[in-house]
Ligand binder design. Structure first.
Ligand code: MTE
Length: 360
């Protein structure tokens, strides 16, 4: 694997890996080497010369587009967008109860990139969308097995989102051709939504009346309340995830680190799906009082923001807590038990880091 040597590899088959949190915080635009990988099957080998993108379903004209068609017949657009996996920060939820069978992500299943390609809207206008079409289904080329069957990896988004300026079918990431790990030769990028809707190795777009029936839209990536149990739950009652919730992480200092002096600069990132981060607050007294961190970078609703806070910690054990607030006044909940769910999605409880300060 040509990622950073410090990458944390959760599994190799399928490949699931994330960077170290402090490495991630070094660059506002995440370099390829530090960008997390979330796969459900093997990475398919696709020959871009024989690759075709099918567009079908409730369209006036079905189409099959080659990479040459996409490059020559449609204008090129770039969007900066942060992708985050719905399972990011899952390990913290294990403090409440186990989450069996899911990747134990720490807090770096997130990355920010400039995605370049064609606008989904331009493809839709070209093929003509029938009035009754309400959803756009994306299908990837990877084989993904669930319950002994190859279900493939698919997702769907509402037509209104698909017609917005920001949804891109990307063939470049950070000005370089997309790498196989991230979806070569073409992937959907749906800014503001959970990463699972940004389908890699995209080979088909189908216009539908209803959300996709693919396993990863219809069954997985649904959010259930803390009391729901996998064995007894009615899967149809779970919310099909789309927009990310408001979240933030402290990337420095590291949890359980020992620092020499109480004067420390805490730093991290914050995000909310399609909304601006307007404030990040820090507490060092278990949430009794809060001070504002400084947002140092990022005021785009489609990307994360970076923040830092200069703190004076007393000698001994301290806990630094961070929480973010977005432009619609959404604020992170305090307790992990409020957000725990048996699939371990969307953990956005206050982020906590314990440090020891040596007597000076
Ligand atoms: N697309 C396909 N075809 N197969 C996948 O397994 N994983 C999804 C999404 N698109 C996936 C996919 C998930 S859950 C996430 S979080 C993002 O891709 C991760 O994108 P990345 O690996 O480029 O970081």
């Amino acid at each position: 694997m040509d990622k950073d040597p410090h990458f944390i590899i959760h599994s190799t088959n399928p490949l699931n890996a994330e960077p170290e949190p402090d490495k991630l915080r070094e660059n506002f635009i995440t370099p390829y080497k530090e960008f997390y990988i979330r796969n459900h099957g093997d990475i398919p080998e696709i020959d871009e010369n024989i690759f075709r993108l099918q567009v079908n379903g409730l369209v006036e004209r079905e189409m099959e587009l080659s990479m040459k068609d996409l490059l020559e017949d449609f204008s090129k657009h770039s969007v900066m967008a942060t992708l985050q996996c719905a399972g990011n920060r899952r390990t913290e939820l294990l403090q409440v109860a186990p989450v069996p069978g899911e990747v134990p992500w720490h807090d770096s299943a997130i990355g920010n990139a400039v995605w370049t390609g064609v606008r989904l809207r331009d493809i839709l206008i070209h093929s003509g969308v029938k009035n009754e079409a309400r959803y756009i289904e994306f299908m990837g080329a990877d084989e993904v097995f669930r319950h002994g069957e190859n279900v493939g990896f698919g997702a769907s988004i509402q037509i209104e989102k698909g017609l917005s300026d920001e949804v891109i079918l990307a063939y470049e990431m950070n000005d370089s051709p997309l790498e196989p790990t991230h979806g070569f030769p073409l992937r959907a990028v749906v800014p503001g939504y959970i990463g699972a809707r940004s389908v890699k190795w995209l080979t088909r777009i189908t216009l539908l009346k209803e959300p996709s029936k693919n396993y990863f839209q219809d069954h997985a990536y649904r959010l259930f309340p803390p009391e729901a149990k996998a064995e007894t739950v009615d899967w149809n009652t779970g919310i099909q995830l789309s927009e990310l919730n408001v979240n933030c992480v402290i990337t420095a200092p590291k949890n359980d680190s020992i620092i020499n002096n109480g004067a420390v600069t805490a730093e991290g990132w914050a995000i909310s799906g399609g909304k601006k981060i307007i404030r990040v607050e820090i507490s060092i007294d278990n949430g009794v009082s809060w001070s504002n961190a400084k947002i140092t970078d990022g005021d785009n609703p489609m990307t994360w923001s970076f923040w830092e806070a200069k703190l004076a910690l007393p000698s001994g054990e301290s806990e630094i807590i961070a929480r973010a607030i977005d432009s619609e006044m959404n604020i992170q909940p305090a307790e992990l038990r409020e957000v725990w769910n048996f699939k371990g999605y969307m953990n956005n409880g206050w982020h906590r880091v314990k440090v020891g300060v040596k007597e000076s």
